[in-house]
Structure formats: C-alpha cells, structure tokens
Design a protein around this ligand. Structure first.
Ligand code: BGC
Length: 548
C-alpha cells in the first residue's frame, strides 16, 4: 500500500481534527520553552556586566575613580559608547545569521536536532566568553553564542507551534516569551549578586551560569525525550514517522481516528499549498516566500511581510533599550542610588506581566492584543519623554519616569512580547514555514542589533545626549505598531495551523474574529472517509520528501 500502510481518514466535522489536549502536551511544550531562558539570560546579563566597576577597570585599563572623584571623573569611568555598541550588538549579529541558517537546517535535520545543535554552538560561545579578559575574545564569544541562540530562538517557535494543540497554541508560545523574561530576570539577579566582587568572578560567574540553561535544555531534562515535529516528517515524505510522532504528542495509539484525521489534514493542506505555489529546487523554495500579491492576505509575500514586520516592530518598541542599557541609563537618570536594583525591578515587572497573555491571547485573539498593547506603550513613552522635557531631572520627575517605564513594560510584556512570536509561529504554510519563521526571527535580531548599535550614541552625554528624551524616538516608532495589528494580523485563536491557512484564504484580518472553519483540506483533496490516503497523494508526498 502506498505510504507503507499509513491510514488517514478525513472528517466532515471541522472540530474533530485533533485529539483532546492531554497534560503531556503541556509538559512537552514547557520543556521546549526552556530555550527561552537562555535566550533571555544571554541578552540580559550584559546589561549589568557593562556597569560593573571591576569589568570596566579590567576591560578599559582605567584606574578606579578615587573616593573624592568629581562627577565628571566618575562619568568618564565607563566602557566607551562604541565598545558598548559592539559588545551588545555582536550577539544579535550572530543570532541574525544563526536564525537564517537555522531555517534550512531545520528542514534538513529536523526541528529538534537543530535546537540541540544550537545548544552545542551556544555552549562553545560561552566557553570563549568566560575565558575573555579583553574585548576581542568577549566579542568573538558573543558572536558564537549568538549563532547558537539564533538556531534556538527561530526553531523553538517553529517546533512549538507545530506540536502544540490548537486550543492552547497561543498560550504555549506565550510560555516561551515567559521563559525569555525569566531568563532576563535571572541574569539581572545574578549580576545584582556579583556586581561588587572585586575580581573576575564579578562578570565570569554571570557568563558561566549560561551553561546551566543550555544543559537543562539538552539531554538531561527535555528535548532528547521529545518527539520530532510530525509536520517535519510530512514535509520529508516520511508518513510512518509522522504518524508515530503525532500519536506520541497526542497520547493516542497510532491507528486512532484522531491521529488519522489530524495527519490527513496536515498532509492535504501541504499538498494543497504546494499545488498552489508550485514546487522547485532549493533557491525556488526560498523565492516562494516572496511569491504573490501584497494585497492578497493569503499570499506568501503578505505572510512574510506580516512575520518580518511583526518582529521588526516588536524591536521598535525600544524594549531592549531598558533590558540592554537600563543599568547605565538609570545611572545617569538622576536621583537614583541603586541603578542595579531599578534594573532588577524592570525585569520583575516583565516576568509578572507576561502570564496575563496566556489568557488574553486565547480569549481576545492576536489582533486586539497587538492593537491595544501598542496604544498603551505609545502613551507611556510620550509621558516619560514629555515629563523630562517640561520638568527636567527633578526627583519627582525621575520617580514618575520610572513608574511609567514599568507600565510601558507591562504593556509590552502582556501584548507585543508574546504576540509577535505567536503570530510568526502560525502564519506560514508548511511548504515555506521554516524559512518564513527564520526570516521573521532574523528580522527581530536584525533590528535588535541596529537598536543595540545606535542606542548608546543617542543617549550618552558626550554624543546625542537624549537621555530620557529618547522615549520620543520609541514613542514615534511605536505609532506604526497598531497598523500591523489592524492591517495584517488575524485572530488565530483556537484554530489548527491548517485552519489558519484556510482563514487567510477565506477572510480578511478585520473579519477574522468572526470567521469559522467550514471545510477540511482532507475532504477538499478527496481523501474519503474510507480511511486510506489516496495513493496518488502519498506518492506525491513521498517523492517530494527528498527536496528540502
Ligand atoms: C524580545 C526580546 C526582548 C524580550 C523582553 C522578546 O520578545 O524579542 O528582544 O528582550 O522580549 O522580554
């Protein structure tokens, strides 16, 4: 029998294409989300490290300022702006390259293996960073670690979106964002603890702790025990393996009707998409990401624009200004005795606000979250900047600014933080999914890198000297964010990835909240209820498996 005896049955009931959610599914996704911790930690530790006295002394060779040093002498005891830019942004440059490459690797080796490979590269980067006592090695280490983070950050989103049950996909992907925030907070706690050490432990301990996250993501607890994504096997034409992986994920026997139906839907949707966009070799499959009209909500081009612009805009919120440069920014804000503590508080607000999205992303859908969250951020940012313009750096203004920075982080953490990842994970059809996700995540890192490079120049007193007025820039950039929600984002809630595909075909972003699925791709493609996947389709799927 074609397909090595794979049995697939179509259903007319659009709600029955997936087995009931089991606890194991949550646990599996929780393991995968663990990757978020080392993404967050890796981005977060450098913020505090660059403000540490020992680190500044070691890396700049400047003598410690004397106890009676003037404000100007104290202010001169810092890592130069161009070095700060380089140290911070080189990680994002590595992740940019890593995430693009990861898309190909994930189609070739599988999603899970790519994540495990990313973890290996990342660990090598950590070794180099721990060994560093000068800029060059630190920068090289961050570049290598960045490549690994790029692999993990792109492919975990792909993997989680592909294995998560549809009813909780948004919440589960938001769990990944939650882990990012926990990673940033843990970095801040560790840096807070070691900031006053007078030896290299001050920065080496925070750097070395990254291994723990890499270790936990790997063999010991999680990934090695998780099944590969069934959608990867469908793409490779290995339907037997796809059946087994799906059965494990859903806690059902291989021959369960649920498994047959869900797999039939994945196969039929993939086939349908391929017939629409055409096949092609390696280059063509990349070019397919840009195919179609910008005005057609279903075209690959439009989906790529949605994914890349959502990630770009997420960075335009300026959130990483706080998480990368917060400590040094708070040092200069005025009337603040303990900038490390304020930095820690911002990371706590980030962590505790994110879980709200587990509920809102499913209850209200992706689109309203992106629109309302953006408006909330814009208001806070303009308040912070206007307060500084009209009231200078009085203690009351500084207090108000810190409070509004916290409210702004709340809006980010409960909306755009998770929302941008959720949208990316569910926007692309299987034929271009790994590349579309890779491009979108690369867009996040590209803008992350650009912002890391330019921010010190905009803010530092001896350059742009914007100080807190930099929030005018973030506020202005945020004005474009609601448009992504309004014009491009869809509801997504409660739909399988294949149903999101049908939604894009039959509806528009504005009407997506009311759209209900009425068809299954399996029926459309003529897989009948008798149970056996049409030989012709199986042959097509298996033949294509060799083209990655
Ligand atoms: C962003 C990161 C940011 C983090 C803050 C993520 O979604 O992509 O750049 O540092 O959120 O929580």
């Amino acid at each position: 029998m074609p397909g090595g005896g794979v049995v697939l049955a179509a259903t007319t009931d659009v709600n029955r294409i997936e087995a009931p959610v089991i606890r194991k599914a949550y646990l599996m996704c929780a393991f995968a989300a663990f990757g978020g911790i080392f993404f967050g930690y890796d981005s977060g530790y450098i913020n505090g490290v660059m403000g540490m006295r020992y680190f500044v002394h070691e890396f700049t060779d400047l003598p410690y300022p004397a106890a009676d040093a003037t404000e100007a002498e104290k202010a001169a005891f810092v890592i130069p702006a161009w070095r700060q830019s380089l140290i911070v942004s080189i990680l994002s440059a590595g992740t940019f390259i890593g995430s693009i490459v990861a898309g190909d690797v994930a189609d070739f080796l599988g999603r899970r293996t790519t994540i495990i490979a990313g973890r290996g590269i990342f660990s090598a980067g950590v070794i180099v960073q721990v060994a560093a006592t000068a800029y060059d090695l630190l920068v090289a280490g961050r570049l290598i670690a960045g490549l690994g983070v790029g692999f993990v950050s792109a492919i975990i989103i792909l993997y989680m979106s592909e294995i998560a049950p549809k009813r909780v996909r948004g919440a589960i992907v938001s769990g990944y964002q939650f882990c990012i925030t926990v990673g940033i907070m843990l970095a801040s706690c560790v840096v807070y603890g070691t900031q006053n050490y007078t030896d290299s432990g001050s920065y080496r301990i925070p750097i070395a702790i990254q291994w723990v996250w890499a270790l936990l993501l790997g063999k010991s607890v999680g990934l090695a025990c998780l099944p590969e994504s069934p959608r990867y096997f469908v793409k490779r034409g290995e339907l037997q393996k796809a059946t087994k992986a799906l059965a494990r994920l859903r806690g059902q026997p291989d021959d369960s009707e649920y498994i047959q139906q869900e797999l039939a839907e994945i196969v039929a949707n993939h086939e349908y998409e391929l017939r629409a966009t055409g096949e092609g070799g390696y280059l063509q499959t990349w070019l397919n990401c840009f195919k179609g009209s910008i005005f057609d909500p279903k075209s690959n081009l439009r989906r790529t624009i949605l994914g890349t612009s959502a990630q770009m805009m997420q960075q335009w919120t300026g959130i990483n200004f706080i998480f990368y440069f917060g400590t040094t920014f708070f040092q200069k804000l005025g009337s603040i005795n303990n900038p490390f503590l304020i930095s820690l508080v911002t990371t706590l607000v980030n962590v505790f606000s994110t879980p709200l999205s587990f509920w809102t992303v499913e209850r209200f859908g992706r689109r309203p979250l992106l629109i309302w969250g953006a408006l909330g951020m814009v208001v806070c940012q303009f308040i912070i900047a206007i307060a500084r313009t009209v009231d200078g750096a009085s203690p009351a203004t500084v207090k108000a600014e810190i409070s509004f920075i916290c409210v702004y982080i709340f809006f980010f953490a409960s909306t755009w933080g998770p929302g941008a990842w959720v949208v990316v994970g569910e926007t692309f059809p299987l034929s271009i999914r790994s590349r579309g996700v890779a491009l979108s995540v690369a867009s996040n890192w590209l803008w992350n890198c650009v912002i890391a490079i330019i921010t010190p120049y905009m803010v530092n007193p001896d350059q742009g000297n914007l100080g807190a007025k930099v929030f005018f820039v973030w506020g202005a950039l945020c004005i474009g964010l609601p448009l992504v929600g309004l014009l491009l984002a869809n509801r997504g809630t409660g739909l399988s990835l294949e149903q999101v595909d049908a939604l894009l075909e039959e509806s528009t972003p504005r009407k997506s909240a009311k759209w209900v699925p009425t068809k299954t791709f399996a029926r459309e493609m003529g897989i009948d209820g008798s149970g056996v996947l049409k030989g012709e389709i199986v042959e097509d799927v298996e033949r294509r498996g060799s083209v990655f």
